[in-house]
Design a protein around this ligand. Structure first.
Ligand code: ADP
Ligand code: MG
Length: 334
């Protein structure tokens, strides 16, 4: 949690001066994380209140544990079709699209494995091979049937939107703020950053990216009007009885936490849902596949940190990133 909070503002130029007119702030817990929002403009206070309730509504729809949620209903449907809200149908449809595009690196049915490794209860442990095989047979996004608002999931399979729910919620809130006339805002959903426009002083937002190895920060990224999302196995992990580190992002092929040649993947794109889905799946893919994937698309940029600490950035964002301590950065070209 603490780590997530550090991600945000490196420099807030107005901090020492008077508070800027029309600045509003909100902070609360939702979606298993701390969410903070800053918006500038008339009525910004009431707009943020509205945004907070909207976020909580989405949480109530997508929670795996809340008995009234859409996801809970699907996960306990024992194979019967369930009618879900428009928002849930939309995020599921997007998750299925991304699962197909990433060749299953992102799999919204990963929950049985996340749970077998203890990430749902904080009672972490290494499951037996038999258990992993058993759980792997319950994972496979191709088996989800989605027909408009009707979802059908085979018995014992479970949905988990943890890899992209925050990004999707971020987009919903950003749209709400824009609809209410907000021209400058920053929303931090536990380290997923989404921005509207520029800072009120007309400068880009300066985001301090987290160093996956625990150093102060990796560097500063200057952005406007976009989302920035980082995934890695450095924050939510445990050390097994065998002394190895096991993180919360699971490889749907092996059933094991990803042993990547990457320490973190940061994705920068227009929308939070794409950033969130991709940061998780590119981490699963590892460096070479992630770079190939980027070369095939035009809709995102990324910053990779390898497990040996090398930083590389794609060419479209290279000018906007300054590494801490003038560290060397490789540029990835098309
Ligand atoms: P964060 O939890 O920091 O937002 P991510 O967006 O990378 O990080 O999401 C990780 C979460 O997604 C895990 O905690 C788990 O619930 C779920 N998950 C783990 N592995 C996968 C996967 N391969 N595909 C889809 N979801 C996953
Ligand atoms: Mg993600």
């Amino acid at each position: 949690m603490v780590a997530a909070l550090i991600v945000c503002f490196v420099s807030c130029s107005h901090q020492d001066s008077e508070e800027i007119a029309g600045e509003a702030n909100a902070g609360f817990f939702a979606m298993n994380t701390y969410i903070s929002m800053t918006a500038y403009g008339d009525q910004a206070d009431s707009v943020l209140e509205e945004a907070e309730s909207r976020m909580k509504e989405l949480e109530a729809l997508w929670s795996v544990t809340e008995e009234n949620s859409d996801i809970y209903a699907v996960n306990h449907s024992n194979g019967s079709p369930v009618t879900v809200s428009d928002e849930t149908a939309e995020i599921l449809s997007f998750a299925l699209e991304m699962a197909a595009e990433t060749n299953g690196a992102l799999d919204p049915t990963i929950y049985p494995l996340v749970s077998a490794w203890g990430f749902t209860t904080e009672e972490h442990h290494i499951p037996s091979d038999d258990k992993i095989q058993e759980m792997l047979s319950l994972v496979g996004y191709e088996k989800i049937r989605l027909d408009e608002n009707q979802v059908q999931l085979p018995p014992n399979m479970m949905l988990d939107l943890g890899a992209l729910g925050k990004g999707y919620a971020g987009d919903t809130v950003i749209q709400l703020l824009k609809d209410r006339g907000i021209l400058s805002a920053l929303v931090d959903l536990g380290g997923n950053i989404q921005t509207i426009g520029m800072r009120p002083d007309g400068m880009p937002w300066r985001l301090g990216l987290q160093d996956p190895f625990g150093g102060e920060n990796l560097g500063v990224l200057s952005v406007s009007d976009c989302a920035v999302v980082t995934s890695g196995n450095y924050e939510n992990y445990f050390i097994g009885e065998d002394g190895k580190t096991y993180g919360h992002i699971i490889d749907p092929v092996t059933g094991y936490p990803v042993e990547s040649d990457l320490a973190s993947v940061t994705v920068i794109a227009a929308e939070g849902k794409l950033c969130d889905a991709l940061s998780t799946s590119l981490f699963v893919m590892g460096q070479d596949r992630a770079v190939n994937f980027w070369r095939q698309r035009q809709d995102f940029e990324m910053i990779l940190v390898t497990s040996t600490g090398e930083i590389s950035v794609t060419e479209g964002i290279a000018d906007q990133f300054s590494p801490a301590d003038n560290e060397e950065v490789d540029v990835i070209y098309r």
